[in-house]
Design a binder for this molecule. Structure first.
Ligand SMILES: Cc1cc2nc3c(=O)[nH]c(=O)nc-3n(C[C@H](O)[C@H](O)[C@H](O)COP(=O)(O)O)c2cc1C
Length: 158
């Protein structure tokens, strides 16, 4: 029984978007209905329509969210919507050579969404670009297990 899931993309050079497309295909093959939304131009209203989200974001600057996610992030910080109906998984892309800011963009979203009352489903995926693994391969494997653990037991959500 499928759920409606929206994957929100924060990216600078397109890696997160590519990962999100692969994740979408995997979730759809498991029977879910998936929409992919780049974070550009999003507001808190994205969280009003349904409850299950995947945040897929990279990290830039000093552990910051990418440019296309900045306005959305600030909007959530200022509007502080009640997200207690929201559940989310987190795919964070980063590079361990940045040491203390590793996957900072994903960590910042995680902290903010929790502060706003949303519930994270499972441990985040934190991909290290210096590991020699392909983020889309790791993400597809992660999301299969994530969906099996957290989604398949749920009833269908409109
Ligand atoms: C200028 C620059 C700054 C970066 N800063 C960080 C960082 O602070 N922490 C981190 O974990 N990764 C950092 N990264 C790595 C990217 O987040 C990583 O390569 C990611 O896979 C890029 O995904 P994207 O193409 O979706 O933006 C940085 C990359 C660049 C080019």
């Amino acid at each position: 029984m499928g759920q409606k899931i929206t994957v929100l993309i924060g990216t600078m050079t397109g890696t997160s978007e590519f990962v999100a497309d692969e994740v979408k295909a995997t979730l759809e093959a498991a029977g879910h209905r998936v929409t992919v939304e780049p974070m550009d131009d999003l507001t808190e209203s994205i969280f009003e329509t349904h409850s299950t989200f995947l945040i897929c974001t990279s990290t830039y600057g000093q552990g910051d969210v990418p440019d296309n996610a900045q306005a959305f992030f600030s909007c959530l910080e200022q509007a502080r919507p009640d997200l207690s109906h929201v559940q989310y998984g987190l795919i964070a892309l980063g590079d361990r050579t940045y040491k203390t800011t590793f996957c900072g963009g994903g960590r910042r979203f995680d902290a903010l969404l929790s502060e706003l009352g949303a519930t994270r489903l499972g441990e985040p995926l934190m991909h290290d670009a210096s590991s020699g693994t392909l983020p889309e391969d790791i993400a597809v494997e992660w999301v299969r297990s994530w969906a099996n653990t957290w989604l398949d037991r749920e009833a269908e959500v409109a």
